[in-house]
Write a protein that binds this ligand. Structure first.
Ligand code: ATP
Length: 626
């Protein structure tokens, strides 16, 4: 990733790798954070731990960071734990010599596999009798990675044996956090944002020493680390490059890389063409069709292969076996590396036209076989972010478009350029919007075209990109994507399925789900049945510690949050029952007359509409009313 010829900084304080940081120390940090609510205190605790890690052995900071965010590698690597309850119960039973029946009984009472493992383990004198080697960070991280990688027919037993060996060496709270990590449910209230801030601070301390830090050193470093992470969401690269060159030099040593999906730029909602014209007063802008499909970041790697990543950076290449980037290059000898931003849309081959989003969602998400494909997909390219060795995010949109059009060529029904129009005439814009809708698009994306305002801003929901969705012009300007936390049993015609659902937005700072409405409108009987079948498996005995709700809206069944609904609302109002944005307003913000539109299969619960966005919607609305 590093491209500079500059000599690397010698890593001053690093000692030879000792790999002996006890796992118990990290678990003690987790235990303290779990009972702490102040963001600032949590940041300080994390910073101190990361600094200590750096002093001891800088190479340990990568596994420590991953253990803190409960992952084993970058999202795009697809390495995941998330082991099921059944397997973990077997491992705990086997390590502690307790029957499954006994364990399940106890689990029902505790509702937390981590607590269960800890309490069951303490009760077993036979295994606590022997003094075993204490667990180290390296040992735990490496074993978790082996467990995640274990495949094949005996993998279940291999996983159980590896977990059993770790559990046998656990002391005190280690068992609790080990099991929660294996489940991918650490749930200590440590947001990834806080981890990034703490990393930046610890790296500054490591570089400058505590006494030489200036006022803005921390804030500068935080900005650099966050911006760099949006371009290269890989902790190993960010940490090792920072250690090598210093945080202040990080930005010049990392570069968009084919094979590493950057976090995509996002748009702000708008409610009318006149609002667009107001926002872009004196700014040259351009409009494009807003295609209704799934975001597809298309990469061409130096070896000639192609990768397609989703909005979340998930590798979706196998979902689109009919697409081949080599066919869309003007000259494959001169273009060897590319990153394009596109929308993948369902395509009617006979009628040569776009099909609705619902058709695309009928297609399997992974491992699609070419011969089974019924729904074709066409890529609509709207941006280019890297060409060969050049990162283009700091070029203007006008320049990026010119490059896109000069090095790639349309291939009808497979690869096309987004339809565009550059005008600031209200009537022309209205006609273009109508035409977009007639051509089965959701509306328009309106983008700043020239100057620094038109640079590509990874991960940012930017004012320089406005979305104008036809359906929502009269309402909020946009729909909301909310997590399903619980359900109410159906009555009358809906008996036998759930009749309504409790929804929440996601607070990215606190990692809490804040309830914002009950919903029972917009569902077909068929959809209710599908939802019942899909959600009943995710039912949990009691609400999670990070669900923020009022007892008067308690549902009949709670769920492990996995599903996101796209929801339309008449407007937002303050409510004593719901909790969205209550950290800011005291009272929560809730949706009035919410209506279900669809399940968002391309969004995970962490990508749901954030509390911050709900507050934005609310404030924008009161501003308009006043
Ligand atoms: P958000 O990304 O804002 O949370 P979302 O995923 O629900 O919301 P939309 O509100 O539909 O997405 O708006 C942005 C999305 O529109 C982009 O992520 C992209 O997938 C899609 N899109 C379609 N056409 C374009 C275009 N011409 N330019 C940019 N994005 C486009």
């Amino acid at each position: 990733v590093t491209t500079s010829t500059q000599t690397p900084r010698p890593t001053k304080k690093s000692k030879p790798a000792t790999s002996s940081l006890p796992y118990a120390d990290l678990c003690q940090l987790f235990e303290t954070i779990e009972s702490e609510s102040s963001r600032l205190t949590i940041t300080n605790l994390c910073t101190a731990f990361f600094s200590r890690t750096l002093q001891l052995d800088p190479s340990l900071l990568v596994p420590v960071t991953y253990l803190c965010i409960n992952k084993l590698g970058p999202d795009y690597s697809g390495v995941e734990l998330g082991l099921g309850e059944g397997l973990l119960l077997k491992a705990i039973g086997s390590a502690c010599g307790v029957s499954q029946q006994q364990l399940k009984l106890q689990y029902r009472k505790l509702g937390d596999l981590g607590q269960l493992a800890m309490s069951t383990r303490v009760l077993q004198p036979t295994i606590t009798m022997f003094k075993l080697e204490p667990l180290t960070i390296t040992k735990v991280f490496d074993t978790l990675a082996k467990i995640a990688a274990s495949q094949g027919k005996d993998s279940q037993n291999q996983k159980i044996n590896m977990i059993k060996r770790l559990l046998t060496s656990c002391q005190g709270v280690e068992a609790k956090f080990l099991i929660r990590s294996l489940e991918s449910k650490l749930r200590i209230g440590l947001a990834e944002k806080t981890v990034l801030t703490s990393l930046a601070r610890a790296l500054v301390i490591h570089e400058k020493g505590n006494d030489n830090i200036q006022d803005d050193d921390y804030s500068n470093a935080e900005q650099i680390i966050k911006d760099s992470f949006c371009q290269i969401p890989n902790y190993e690269i960010i940490i090792t490059t920072s250690l090598q060159y210093g945080v202040s030099q990080l930005a010049s040593h990392i570069k968009l890389t084919p094979g590493i999906p950057l976090k995509p730029m996002l748009a702000k909602p708008t409610k009318s063409i006149s609002e667009v014209l107001d926002t872009f007063q004196n700014i040259q802008f351009t409009s494009e069709y807003k295609y209704d499909g799934e975001r597809a970041q298309v990469h061409l790697l130096p070896d000639g292969s192609m990768r397609i990543y989703s909005r979340n950076g998930e590798d979706m290449t196998q979902r689109y076996p009919e697409l081949n980037i080599q066919d869309y290059l003007v000259d494959s000898t001169t273009t060897t590396q590319l990153i394009l931003d596109c929308e993948a849309v369902a395509w009617d081959v006979e009628l040569q036209k776009i099909l609705p989003f619902q058709v695309l969602s009928t297609r399997k998400r992974k491992s699609v076989d070419l011969k089974d494909i019924k729904v074709r997909v066409c890529l609509f390219a709207f941006d280019i972010l890297r060409h060969n060795n050049d990162s283009l995010i700091n070029n203007t949109l006008r320049e990026r478009r010119d490059i896109l059009h000069s090095i790639t060529k349309p291939c009808p029904g497979q690869f096309q350029f987004a339809t565009e129009l550059t005008t600031s005439n209200l009537d022309e814009l209205q006609t273009f919007l109508d035409k977009a809708i007639k051509d089965s698009c959701e509306g328009l994306m309106v983008k700043s075209l020239d100057g620094t305002d038109s640079h590509y801003e990874p991960s940012k929901r930017s004012r320089n990109w406005l979305k104008l969705k036809k359906d929502y012009l009269q309402g909020m300007g946009d729909s909301l994507d909310l997590c399903v936390l619980g359900a109410y049993y159906g009555r009358g015609k809906r008996t036998g399925t759930y009749g309504g659902f409790l929804l929440a937005c996601y607070n990215q700072d606190t990692e809490e789900f804040e309830t914002c409405c009950k919903i029972g409108t917009g569902f077909s009987d068929e959809m209710l049945q599908t939802l019942y079948n899909g959600l009943k498996e995710t039912a949990i005995e009691s609400p999670r510690a990070n669900f923020v709700f009022d007892s008067s809206a308690e549902p009949d069944v709670w769920f492990n949050p996995t599903m996101v609904f796209e929801v339309l609302t008449a407007d937002l109002s303050l409510s004593p029952i719901y909790k969205a944005g209550s950290t800011v307003y005291g009272k929560g913000i809730s949706l009035r007359f919410p209506r279900f539109i669809r399940i968002r299969t391309d969004k995970s619960v962490n990508d749901a509409t954030s509390s911050e966005q709900v507050i934005d919607f609310y404030e924008n609305q009161s501003h308009l009313q006043s």
